[in-house]
Design a protein around this ligand. Structure first.
Ligand code: APR
Length: 233
């Protein structure tokens, strides 16, 4: 059990490892997505300009894989902990699936966007719920303004969402817990170092992350098995 004080403020950062036991592939693991797709061909503004069809093929595949997935015990622990701690818990996820929400988490900050949302690549129309999968050679969707409809995902080279809010929460937290993230993609990979020295930094995952030196403690194992032992939500 992780010892917590009644005034501790927890900042959780989750990555693909928290959804792995729900059947959603990670990016850099054995069957990781980046083993079969090149980032620059499917997850960057350049890819979108060059071949929007291939980009929609990639995100359509990810929507098909994520749609039947169900939350695992790791997601449920975080949802119950949110109920107990209320505003003393901040949940930031790099994941674009909706498993935290399905498990009952009410306040989820998706810094890399959301797989089941799309938006116009030209106007400022609010991103909208969209589960559509585009099978080739389907005509790609356009918005009313004539812009193309794109996945509401933060691509490589784009600015992640809600960074002001995230850094305010980092500066207020007393315990930072990263779960299932390899610690190689910025700015999330530097969150632990940002709070180190002022807050406890805890890692939970199957293997040591690349930024392991930023953590004061490491609990190796599957998120769905370790998180329930650390938090009696
Ligand atoms: N429980 C806990 N950790 C796990 C599990 C599990 N069941 N299975 C895998 N892991 C760990 C792996 O050891 C690895 O460290 O989860 C981590 C997954 O790392 P990545 O695949 O790199 O995923 P992530 O760190 O979330 O990637 C960050 O990179 O591609 C971009 O935008 C994408 O949000 C993503 C970002």
């Amino acid at each position: 059990m992780l010892a917590l004080s009644p005034t501790d403020r927890l900042f959780f950062l989750t990555g693909a490892g928290v959804s792995a036991e729900s059947g959603i592939p990670t990016f850099r693991g054995v069957n990781g997505l980046w083993r079969n797709y090149r980032i620059e061909e499917v997850a960057s503004p350049h890819a979108w300009r060059r071949d929007p069809r291939l980009v929609w093929e990639f995100y359509s595949m990810r929507r098909r894989v994520a749609a039947p997935a169900k939350p695992n015990p790791a997601h449920f622990v975080l949802a119950k902990l949110e109920q107990k701690l209320q505003d003393r818990l901040f949940l930031c996820t790099q994941n674009v699936d909706d498993l935290h929400e399905q498990a009952g988490s009410m306040r989820v900050v998706h810094m890399h966007g959301e797989l089941f949302k799309s938006r116009c690549d030209r106007c400022t129309r609010t991103p909208f719920h969209d589960t559509t999968t585009y099978d080739l050679p389907a005509e790609l969707p356009r918005g009313d303004c004539g812009g193309r409809i794109r996945p509401h995902i933060c691509w490589f080279g784009e600015m992640p969402f809600e960074l002001d809010r995230i850094f305010r929460a980092l500066d207020e937290c007393t315990v930072f817990i990263a779960v299932g993230t390899s610690g190689v993609v910025e700015p999330a990979a530097s969150f632990a170092a940002h709070v180190r020295g002022r807050a406890r930094t805890v890692y939970v995952g199957e293997e040591e992350p690349a930024n392991v030196s930023a953590f004061t403690e490491c609990h190796l194992g599957r998120a769905g098995e370790v998180l329930p032992t650390l938090f009696c939500a």
